[in-house]
Design a protein around this ligand. Structure first.
Ligand code: TRP
Length: 347
């Protein structure tokens, strides 16, 4: 009873919590910037409390290359800071610096049926893959980390009472699973956990890559966010177009160049560009304009990124300070949870 009153007052008094994690396995690209980083940083306000963290325990599920995990942690942290994340205004931390997260994960493991995890898209995809390859063991190559991945994610989210979780469409199921697990805990023990909601921004979701498909590491069609200017220009010159000649009126809808331009230009500029398309702008010219537009936004951040990348000690200090600031929250929550399940001092 005491516990539920505590959590109720806590939840009512606090601002809305917005939380999201970034898996530390890759180098941020333009799609990450437009789809996740830029909107997340823009959404930081005094009306809500933001939690952005480096999900390095998620990183090691599929990536068993220690240098890559380590390097990606640095690159992602430097990227968010260079893009304007102010660690005074948003909680910015590394998952593995909050030891209460794996502790909570275990407790949530005990609140999660295996059947729920059997339904996880990521797991089912691995099984289907094995089926197609004619593997006798359908669980071949499936680690317990992959299988129970959504439970770690639930701990990330429930630890800080997140109300809103901005994610890509592929993650919606994980938020639903988080709600299921939280409800089961609340029902079994005490009303401790806030039920989170997924927030999916459909407008900025799918940035196209060099070949016109969704920009994604797995398609090898990305434009890394902070490559040197010359390389950025080169990559933009490689973007796929059709074979229409200069002077021929062009369609905007199926043009990757136009699609990318839209992600960086304002309404007026977009209208003007539609006109240029109708008038038959040459692809070469469009590529130059697109490069200038993207580079104009990225260049100052690139400079800051390069500066930050040469200061890993500074980034480490920022992450440590971020963890220090929120650990009172995670410690308090874990204490309440342990108490609720019967794990506390004897006398
Ligand atoms: N699984 C998420 C992804 O691949 C990353 C992530 C880990 C996350 N923990 C989270 C996202 C908690 C939101 C909330 O994108």
């Amino acid at each position: 009873m005491l516990i539920s009153i505590f959590s109720l007052t806590y939840n009512c008094m606090s601002k809305q919590h917005v939380l999201t994690g970034i898996t530390t396995t890759g180098t941020p690209h333009l799609g990450n910037y437009v789809g996740a980083i830029r909107p997340a940083i823009q959404s930081i306000s005094n009306d809500s409390e933001s939690f952005y963290f480096l999900a390095d325990y998620h990183g090691i599920i599929k990536c068993h290359d220690p240098e890559r995990i380590h390097r990606s942690t640095l690159e992602i942290a430097a990227t968010w800071l260079a893009c304007g994340l102010d660690p005074a205004k948003a909680h910015f931390y590394r998952q593995s610096d909050i030891p209460e997260i794996p502790e909570l994960t275990w407790i949530l493991n005990c609140m999660c049926t295996k059947g729920l995890m059997n339904r996880s898209h990521a797991y089912k995809a691995a099984v289907t893959d094995n089926e197609e390859k004619g593997q006798a063991d359908l669980d071949h190559g499936v680690s317990m980390g992959l299988f129970s991945y959504p439970i770690l994610m639930a701990a990330d989210i429930l630890m800080f009472n997140a109300h809103k979780v901005p994610v890509g469409k592929d993650q919606i199921q994980h938020i639903e699973m988080t709600r299921d697990i939280a409800q089961r805990f609340n029902h079994t023990f005490a009303e401790i956990f806030t039920l989170p909601e997924a927030v999916v921004n459909e407008d900025t979701e799918l940035l196209q890559g060099l070949d016109g498909r969704k920009m994604s590491k797995s398609y090898n069609n990305t434009i890394p966010l902070f490559i040197p200017e010359k390389k950025l220009r080169k990559l933009i010159m490689k973007i796929k177009t059709n074979s229409q000649e200069p002077g021929e009126p062009k369609q905007t809808e199926d043009s990757t160049l136009f699609h990318l331009y839209q992600a960086f230009a304002n309404a007026e500029e977009i209208t003007a560009m539609e006109k240029h398309y109708a008038e038959g702008i040459a692809w070469g010219e469009m590529k130059q304009i697109l490069f200038a537009k993207i580079n104009q936004e990225i260049a100052p951040m690139r400079e800051e990124y390069d500066r930050l990348m040469s200061r890993p000690d500074y980034i480490e200090a920022v992450l440590q300070a971020g963890a220090d600031r929120i650990r009172p929250m995670s410690k308090a929550l874990l204490k309440t949870v342990r108490q609720a399940v019967g794990i506390y001092r004897l006398g």
